[in-house]
Design a protein around this ligand. Structure first.
Ligand code: NAD
Length: 269
């Protein structure tokens, strides 16, 4: 493993050489936007653990409580803006032909920063799903008027279109992420504790298939000893520098799609 801190020439060289690049993000990438991670302590809701609310059992027992928690989180996210880490990832993508962004986040901040089609492994908090028919729809009303919200068509309860603890990932999203991990030449793993499976396996799948794997995190994680380098620090500070130096090294390549990393509108409040 390379020294814990420091963007070395060797690291830049390996990332530059990578034809296929994957970035995998977790909740740490949105922390500097003011969106709390699950493992941090969080104001009003601190008496609950996320694992007690983000489950099907909790929803079946008390859908109103679970939706109130989601309504609170949706308000936090609506007030948040993409930070320099989200923006650096979008900038990197705009200079690459073969690039995949895989996120465990449900906040939609990558898209707001200009990322084109993030693979959202755990769904999106701005969508809801009918518990009877399974149909999904955008639900951007914020704050929600009726809690718990119901399906306009059939009257059944809606649930957040996110993956709860104990549920499988959407198969198509996982297949795309798994293929990206198997075929990439390098992977950046940003702000994830590497504890929530199966997403946590993706860096190891990439490593096993010969990719150069680098993590960026404020602390070391269970995968630190298994990968090539750990850059310890805030994603919002390290990623912009890393991307700048990478693009400088590559001769300041022009974006493949001009303007593709520009910010888009935030969701309606
Ligand atoms: P986690 O809470 O387990 O871990 C977050 C990781 O981010 C930690 O390793 C922490 O050290 C690191 N971190 C915190 N601040 C950072 C920063 N500024 N820069 C770099 N790293 C930083 O989160 P997880 O691994 O993503 O897993 C929890 C699950 O909770 C996820 O699957 C996700 O679906 C869900 N979640 C999503 C959001 C969101 O959408 N923003 C927020 C909370 C939880």
């Amino acid at each position: 493993m390379e020294p814990a801190a420091g963007i070395t020439e060797r690291l830049l060289e390996r990332l530059s050489r990578a034809r296929r690049l994957v970035v995998l993000t977790g909740s740490g990438v949105s922390h500097e936007s003011g969106v709390p991670t699950f493992r941090g302590r969080d104001g009003l809701w601190k008496k609950y653990r996320a694992e007690e609310l983000a489950t099907r059992q909790a929803f079946e027992f008390d859908p109103e409580l679970v939706w109130r928690w989601y309504d609170y989180r949706r308000q936090l996210i609506a007030e948040a803006a993409p930070n320099p880490a989200h923006e650096a990832i979008a900038r990197l993508e705009s200079h690459r032909e073969h690039f995949d962004l895989v996120t465990q986040n449900v906040d939609g901040l990558h898209s707001r920063a200009g990322s084109r089609s993030p693979i959202e492994l755990h769904g999106n908090i701005w969508r809801a799903r009918c518990t009877r028919e399974g149909l999904t729809k955008e639900l951007k009303e914020n704050p929600l008027r009726d809690i718990p919200p119901r399906c306009h068509k059939c009257g059944a309860l809606l649930r957040p279109d996110v993956v709860w603890f104990g549920e499988p990932l959407p198969p198509s999203a996982y297949e795309r992420a798994d293929t990206a991990a198997r075929t990439c030449d390098a992977m950046l793993v940003v702000g994830t504790s590497a504890m929530v499976r199966p997403a946590a396996s993706l860096p190891l799948i990439a490593k096993h298939n010969g990719a150069y794997v680098v993590e960026i995190n404020v602390s070391l994680t269970p995968i630190s000893v298994l990968i090539d380098a750990s850059l310890v620090g805030r994603a919002g500070e390290i990623l912009p520098e890393l991307v700048d130096r990478l693009l400088d090294r590559e001769g300041g390549r022009k974006p493949l799609i001009p303007g593709s990393s520009e910010k888009t509108e935030s969701p309606s409040r």
